[in-house]
Each structure stands twice: as structure tokens, then as C-alpha cells.
Design a protein around this ligand. Structure first.
Ligand code: GLC
Length: 470
């Protein structure tokens, strides 16, 4: 080989090796070392997530086949809990895999639905409590590739499609596992909460680590969203081990509080004394009235009463409620993770799609008032709606006033705001509004007769400096 060619080959080899080891740390981390991080490094890691504000949760698995009915009877639990709710023996539940063939699955379409709704990320179940895996796992045959007629990985195409369409791909993983042989039923009536078999915890933690590594390598998720951490055998120390393992493999990864025991007694985290591990709190089916000051958080919610698909649940939240929930989260400094439960064939229910389209229409006009904003400067809820804010340059802050109740006197009072107003206008049309400083705050005096949007009309109010509310 002539020298220049040899040189080029050497370079190519080096680049190949470097790019592989850059994707995922090649060696197996051994010690439990949580990477030290300066506040600004943490801010950098959390940046995209904090700015995103709105994501799609997807609960999908073989539980979508029974869809909430077992032996012809409705089962009174969330769809994905049917194995526990109907107390189905493992061998019988396993048979569902033989029917799982989601021929209508179209990841490009799912991502488009999320994107059109204004969502910036997707969190999909890789393995729920039932233990069935939606990805190709080498450490079990209880996965979509080995056990179903479909025979193909479901997550990787979705991850690729997310990146193609500019969304962040994230994945959910349940620690509790009703199928893994190291865990056993909690009682003869139910799986939940599982117990661990004598001496087999290490085996299970290693199983988790192997699967999580597979997920990082095949799908490159940007958030790992844990759940099912409540059985007593799983400890905060285990959570630290898993957290450290993942951050050593992928330093930029974001991990929720349920990797440890952080939601015991509260849905947040305790950042100050570092008692709990995890990057953000996960209030479930609720928006904390005062937000969760000092920590990052995300409220996850269903559109009806189940996470996994159920044939018989038609009690959907209105589009108005969904839009106002999103605004409510943003006004309290949190994200909104809104769930869909696709059918066993692979379709997102039409009722969910319609509602997401409605949210999307609102977001197209008003997205600026949600993305990359911060919590309201008012400590209490405002009588007419909500507020978010954004620094627009070193001197000016823009307040986004989300008006839910359109004032009959066409005046919007912002009591306690002591800043000097610069200008006010309707976000939807750009039409200017009259704004004055008063002895008790700031008032916008000439609102149009009708709201621009009956759900929430956004008024932009630019003020000098950072907002001060007395
Ligand atoms: C709960 C449920 C689960 C759901 C999750 C979403 O912990 O057990 O079914 O996936 O909440 O937050």
C-alpha cells in the first residue's frame, strides 16, 4: 500500500472508531458515579426539553388487543393494566403476542400528528408493566420481533421518523415487570406491586441495564422516562445506579424522577438536599396548583380515562380543556405530556386525532406564547386566565396574557404590575392595543368586542425590564 493511501485508510478507521464511541460509550460503566455537572451544564442539557413545553405520550402494547375487555366483560382498570385487573395468568396473557400484527402502523403519520399538534417530543412505551417489549431485545424473546407475527422493531422506525421530522424521540420503561421470572405476584389476587424472588434482584437490574443499553444504541432516545418504581424491593440506591449507568453511557440524556423514589409523597423531586435522583418531576393526571418551584416538571395526562387503548372509553376531554391545560402548565413553568393509546392495528383513535388537530390550530397562531416561555410572574392565578413570559432582549420582557374569560368592559387589569409598559397587541393579528400605567398596576383599555379565540386569546404586553409584581 502506498503511503498516502495508507494514511487515508488510517484516518477513515480512526473516524469510524471515534464516531462509534461518540454515539455510545463503548465500555461498560462499573461504578455508581453520577457525572458532576455545573448549573450551566445542567441548563444546557435541559435546554431543548424546557423550551419544548408540549409532548406526546404513547402507551402501546399487546394490551391494546383486549382493549379493556376480558372474556367478554369490561375490566375496570386502565387498558394497560388489564393483566393485573383481570388477574390473567402469564401463560394466557402471553398468547396475545400471537395476535399482535399492527398492519396499520405508520410511524411517519404518528409523528406528523404530533408535529401538527405543536408537540416537540414523543415518549413511547418500550416496555410497560406487562413486560412485553416493543423493541428488538437480545435478552428476552418476549418482544415484538421474536414473539409476534409482525416480527419487526416498532421503536426504531419511530425514532428515525422523529429525527427526520424534527421531533425529539424519548422512551418510557417500566421497572416493575409482571412477566420477568425474577419478579413474582404481590398476592394471589394481583401482580401489583410485585415482589422480588430471593437472591434475584441483581439478575433483574442487569436485565434492565442490558435493555436500556439496547434502547440507547438502537433508538438514541433523549429522555428515559421510568415508571413502576413503587414496589418495595426497588430502592433509591437502585435508582442511583441506573441513573449513573445511563448518564455515563449518554451524558446528555434526561431522566425522570421515577428512576428512583422521587415521587413518594410528592410528584416532584427534592433537589436541594439531593435526596432523590432524577432530572424532572412527573405529576400524573394533575397540574400542581402552584407549579413545582425550583424543579423541572412535566404533567402527564390522558385524554380519556386510560393510557392504553380501550374500546369502551369514550369520555374524552374537550379540545378547550386540552388547550387550557397546556397553557396552565406553561404558566406554572412545566411541560404537558399528553397521551394517546393506539389500537392494536396501529392507529391513533380518531377522537384523539381530532382533538390534537384542534390544539394544533391554536398552537399555529399562538405557539410563541408557549414555547421557551417561563412561569407567570404572578404568584396566584389571575381571575381572567393565565400568563407566561419571555425575555425578548436585555431590556424588555414580553408577557403573554392568555385570556380565558373575555372581560365584558373590554379592559384587562394587571394589578400589582409595577413595570412601565412599552406596547400591547393581539398575538393573532398584531393589532395594537392601548395600554396605561395606573396607580395599582397596568391596564389595557380597548380590547375588541369579541375574543379572537374563545378558548384563549393571547395579548402580548411588552414591558421594561424584568416583571415586578407587588
Ligand atoms: C402510572 C400507571 C401507568 C402509566 C403511568 C403514566 O404509573 O401505572 O399505567 O403508564 O402512570 O404516568
Amino acid at each position: 500500500m502506498t503511503r498516502p493511501i495508507f494514511g487515508v485508510m488510517l484516518c477513515l478507521c480512526l473516524i469510524a472508531t471515534l464516531s462509534v464511541s461518540r454515539e455510545i460509550n463503548a465500555s461498560e460503566p462499573s461504578a455508581v458515579v453520577i457525572p458532576k455537572e455545573l448549573p450551566q451544564e445542567r441548563d444546557g442539557r435541559m435546554k431543548w426539553w424546557r423550551e419544548a413545553r408540549f409532548g406526546m405520550f404513547i402507551h402501546w402494547g399487546i394490551y391494546a388487543i383486549p382493549g379493556g375487555r376480558w372474556n367478554g366483560k369490561p375490566v375496570n382498570t386502565a387498558g394497560e393494566w388489564i393483566m393485573n385487573g383481570a388477574n390473567i395468568p402469564v401463560e394466557e396473557y402471553e398468547k396475545l403476542t400471537k395476535q399482535f400484527n399492527p398492519v396499520k402502523y405508520d410511524p411517519a403519520e404518528w409523528v406528523r400528528i404530533a408535529k401538527d399538534a405543536g408537540m416537540k417530543y414523543i415518549v413511547i412505551t418500550s416496555k410497560h408493566h406487562d413486560g412485553f417489549c416493543l423493541f428488538d431485545s437480545k435478552v428476552t424473546d418476549y418482544d415484538v420481533v421474536d414473539a409476534t407475527p409482525w416480527g419487526k422493531d416498532l421503536l426504531k422506525p419511530l425514532a428515525d421518523e422523529c429525527r427526520k421530522q424534527g421531533l425529539h424521540f424519548c422512551t418510557y420503561y417500566s421497572i416493575m415487570d409482571w412477566h420477568h421470572p425474577a419478579q413474582m405476584r404481590g398476592s394471589d389476587r394481583a401482580y401489583n406491586p410485585t415482589k422480588i424472588r430471593d437472591g434475584r434482584k441483581r439478575e433483574y437490574l442487569d436485565y434492565m441495564k442490558a435493555q436500556l443499553r439496547e434502547l440507547l444504541e438502537s433508538c438514541r432516545p433523549e429522555v428515559l422516562w421510568f415508571d413502576g418504581e413503587w414496589p418495595d424491593w426497588y430502592t433509591e440506591e437502585d435508582g442511583r445506579e441506573i441513573y449513573a449507568y445511563l448518564r455515563q453511557l449518554e451524558p446528555t440524556l434526561i431522566i425522570n424522577n421515577r428512576v428512583g423514589k422521587g415521587r413518594k409523597g410528592m410528584e416532584g423531586l427534592n433537589r436541594d438536599d439531593q435526596e432523590y435522583v432524577g432530572d424532572f418531576g412527573t405529576p400524573e393526571q394533575q397540574i400542581p396548583p402552584g407549579g413545582l418551584p425550583g424543579i423541572d416538571w412535566e404533567s402527564c395526562m390522558t385524554m380519556n380515562h386510560t393510557w392504553g387503548f380501550k374500546f369502551d372509553d369514550h369520555d374524552w376531554k374537550s379540545t378547550e380543556t386540552l388547550i387550557r391545560n397546556l397553557i396552565d402548565c406553561a404558566s406554572k413553568g412545566g411541560n404537558y405530556l399528553l397521551n394517546v393509546g393506539p389500537t392494536a392495528e396501529g392507529e391513533i383513535p380518531a377522537a384523539s386525532v381530532e382533538r390534537l388537530q384542534g390544539v394544533g390550530r391554536w398552537m399555529k397562531v399562538n405557539g410563541e406564547s408557549i414555547y421557551a416561555t417561563q412561569a407567570s410572574p404572578w404568584p396566584n392565578q389571575l381571575p381572567w386566565g393565565r400568563c407566561t413570559q419571555k425575555a425578548i432582549d436585555g431590556k424588555t420582557t414580553r408577557l403573554y396574557l392568555h385570556v380565558f374569560q373575555w372581560p365584558e368592559d373590554h379592559r384587562l387589569e394587571l394589578s400589582g404590575l409595577t413595570n412601565t409598559p412599552v406596547k400591547a397587541y393581539l398575538l393573532a393579528t398584531g393589532a395594537p392595543l392601548k395600554v396605561e400605567k395606573t396607580s395599582s398596576g397596568v391596564v389595557i383599555t380597548d380590547l375588541p368586542q369579541q375574543p379572537v379565540d374563545a378558548v384563549a386569546t393571547v395579548i402580548c404586553l411588552d414591558i421594561e425590564g424584568q416583571p415586578k409584581v407587588e
